[in-house]
Design a protein around this ligand. Structure first.
Ligand code: AMP
Ligand code: MG
Length: 398
């Protein structure tokens, strides 16, 4: 059976995914969340014309001076009264402008003697004033829906006096690993056993990309144990299993899931590392059965599960930035599968990227995965490429 092309499969996955609903949260819990409805300012900023500098509020026509200093306007308070000809008011950054004044002269341009000033440097008419609403207006959209909230957005939303707003719910991702050989990190590892590294990997990926991981633990390669663990899949948005999706005698996950409600959409994709991926609907929950080798698991998760999570959470499907880099070595022709080679890119002082993928490409190798910072994408059937050629990379560790 021909393997299905990665991009066709991704389209099928995304077509089957619907956005999650939204919830209202406090601005103090909003970092990293995705805005569900445009955030509209409740205030005009600045709410009043304010001085942009420490100095003196004056009438520009009087600037030849000397001027009498008749009072003070400080931030949070105002000068009561109207500036008359020949007068100035001491004013500070952020303080309300003084009625009758049209210009602020910075204090460095002023000589003060007792209660009089002389302006001794050129000042533009209307200078150093922040007009009311020069930043934003009440009713203006501060942040558009689908934006991922970062610290700068939080400052803007706070200034608009919006304390609560609506964000997409986080996707809850259930993770089940399978394999008699697996033990949890920190346990005594007996003969022929290995540590489960994929569950910590997937939990971290889910958190990194704004979801909530739910660890269902590890099932032994028996029908009973897999069934018992599957019974724990409740109230989640995505269900991911690791291992047991190939054609070995102990690869039972697909059959057991089918008995309990899985409708398989596809199995086996033209991806490397990876290939034996199962996707389907498990009683209304999108199900991904991913292979167990760590690099395969990572590449499949990044290519299929993350885009699904992103779509659910109201974002476009690009979980990692895509770029181009020049090869540091020759590279052979692409195979029949879209190949995501673990690679290291570096950038020179001119911002040009170079990439090296001479690391071992064994899909069981964890060190290569951890030390690479990008995936070099080799298209199906791509011709051999030479040192200096531009190739596509996906940046996984900026
Ligand atoms: P499988 O996909 O079950 O055939 O597993 C393929 C390889 O990945 C085997 O060498 C497994 O021991 C290994 N493997 C499977 N699951 C995990 C896991 N959760 N953590 C680390 N290695 C795993
Ligand atoms: Mg296994």
């Amino acid at each position: 059976m021909a393997l299905l092309p990665v991009y066709d499969v991704l389209e099928r996955v995304l077509n089957s995914i619907t956005e999650l609903t939204s919830e209202v949260i406090s601005i103090h819990n909003a970092l990293g969340r995705i805005v569900a409805e445009d955030i509209i300012s409740k205030l005009t900023q600045p709410p009043f014309a304010a001085s942009a500098m420490d100095g003196y509020a004056v009438r520009f026509d009087d600037i030849e001076g000397p001027l009498d200093v008749v009072g003070e306007s400080q931030a949070g308070q105002s000068f009561d009264g109207i500036l008359e000809p020949g007068q100035a008011v001491r004013i500070f950054t952020g303080a309300p402008m003084v009625d009758g004044a049209d210009t602020v002269v910075i204090q460095e341009y002023v000589i003060r003697k007792d209660d009089q000033i002389i302006v001794n440097n050129c000042t533009a008419a209307g200078g150093n004033i922040r007009a009311a609403g020069s930043d934003f207006m009440a009713g203006e959209c501060l942040i558009q829906a689908h934006t991922k909230i970062d610290a700068r957005h939080i400052a803007l939303i706070a200034a608009g006096n919006v304390a609560w707003f609506s964000v997409y719910k986080q996707s809850k991702v259930a993770i089940l690993s399978t394999g008699d050989e697996l033990l949890e990190v920190g346990s005594d590892i007996g003969p022929y056993k290995i540590v489960n590294s994929n569950v910590p990997l997937f939990m971290a990926l889910v958190i990194e990309h704004g979801g909530i991981p739910i660890n269902l633990g590890t099932a032994k390669d028996t029908v009973e144990d897999v069934k018992a663990k599957i019974a724990l899949v409740k109230d989640v948005d995505i269900f991911v299993s690791i291992g047991g999706v190939s054609v070995g005698d102990y690869d039972i996950i697909q059959d057991v899931l089918k008995e309990t409600g899985l409708k398989v959409d596809f199995w086996k994709v033209a991806i490397m590392p990876g290939k034996p991926i199962v996707y389907g609907d498990f009683n209304g929950i999108p199900f991904f059965g991913l292979p167990g080798n760590p690099s395969s698991a990572y590449v499949c998760f990044a290519n299929f599960v993350l885009p699904a999570m992103y779509k659910m959470q109201g974002r476009d499907q690009n979980s990692f930035p895509v770029s181009h880099a020049r090869l540091e070595h020759d590279i052979k022709a692409g195979s029949k599968r879209l190949n995501f080679m673990r690679a290291i890119y570096r950038e020179n002082e001119r911002g040009e990227k170079y990439v090296n993928s001479t690391l071992t490409q064994s899909s069981a190798n964890l060190k290569t995965l951890a030390r690479s910072n990008c995936l070099l994408v080799r298209d199906v059937g791509a011709p051999p490429a030479n040192t200096g050629d531009l190739v596509k990379i996906i940046i996984i560790a900026p």
